[in-house]
Design a protein around this ligand. Structure first.
Ligand code: PAF
Length: 282
């Protein structure tokens, strides 16, 4: 596996692969890799000749300095995992390489970023869209792979790619879960033993809400309210629990069929997000 730190170096190898007619799949990450990331890599491997993975803990998408500072960094273990997974190139730029001089430009996707995580974390999605756009320009992949756990992020990236005509296919991959249902996330490492046990309840609440919607047990608003209460009772501090239309993440109404339920909640100092998709047959 090539371990690359500079854009200049990266471009030499990408050009060599392109000259040989090879296709490139890209998995951007912030490191602290878990089985969910490796699933993205495996799927990427099946769809392209070369897989490039980036590890960059992007400072501009963090709202709190402490969150950035405490973000788990496990580079040696990550390198080993990527090597065993058959990744062709790891791109691990320094902060100065990505944000070298005074920055004058940012990518700001409107509308879909104004709700849910965008409302709770102002500027977060600008940071994500900008760094992903920069990474796409650097790597110039044919396809890029993202987990569906961060469903709003996936929609932000799809919107950016459509609006800016970025020549890359965006592939969303189903959330990888622990055996008790907790969505895999680097942030799970921050949970205490007790919080880790409680954490599974977020997905259970999403599953119960899905069942309630499918069986029309109550209105969407009532199901949201009951779910928020249930999370609070289990020790979460919920941020939102919203039954939405999948295509734009706006509140679902009667007659909508392609739905997603999005949830975010804090357990202690850790903010967890998750979602579940469902289809209503009218
Ligand atoms: O999902 C992540 O890990 C990050 O938001 C991403 C897409 C790598 C951008 O920094």
């Amino acid at each position: 596996m090539l371990n690359i730190k500079t854009i200049k170096q990266l471009r030499v190898d990408i050009k060599r692969w392109r000259m040989a007619g090879e296709s490139i799949a890209f998995v951007p990450t912030m490191g602290n890799l878990h089985a969910g990331h490796l699933q993205l890599v495996q799927t990427a491997k099946q769809q392209a000749d070369r897989v490039v993975v980036s590890i960059f803990v992007n400072p501009t998408q963090f709202n709190e300095q402490d969150d950035f500072t405490n973000y788990p960094r496990t580079i040696d273990a990550d390198v080993e995992k990527l090597q065993s997974a058959g990744v062709a190139m790891l791109y691990m730029p320094e902060r100065e390489e990505m944000y070298s001089c005074e920055v004058h430009t940012k990518v700001s996707v409107r509308t879909v970023t104004e709700i849910h995580c965008g409302a709770s974390r102002p500027g977060h999605f600008d940071g994500v869209a900008t760094v992903v756009c920069k990474l796409f320009n650097i790597v110039q992949p044919d396809k890029a792979f993202f987990g569906e756990k961060d469903f709003q992020q996936l929609l932000v990236i799809r919107t950016m790619v459509a609006d800016l005509n970025c020549p890359v296919d965006i592939i969303g991959i189903a959330t990888f879960r622990e055996t008790d249902g907790l969505a895999m996330s680097s942030r799970n490492n921050h949970l205490t033993k007790e919080e880790r046990r409680q954490g599974a309840y977020l997905y259970q609440t999403l599953c119960s809400a899905k069942q309630a919607v499918l069986e029309q047990q109550a209105s969407f608003a009532e199901i949201e309210k009951t779910s928020l209460q249930a999370l609070s009772e289990k020790g979460f501090i919920p941020d939102y629990f919203s039954i939405c239309r999948r295509h734009d993440l706006r509140a679902a109404a009667i007659g909508d069929t392609q739905l997603i339920i999005l949830a975010a909640a804090r357990l202690g100092s850790t903010r967890l997000i998750d979602n579940i998709q469902l289809e209503l047959i009218l």
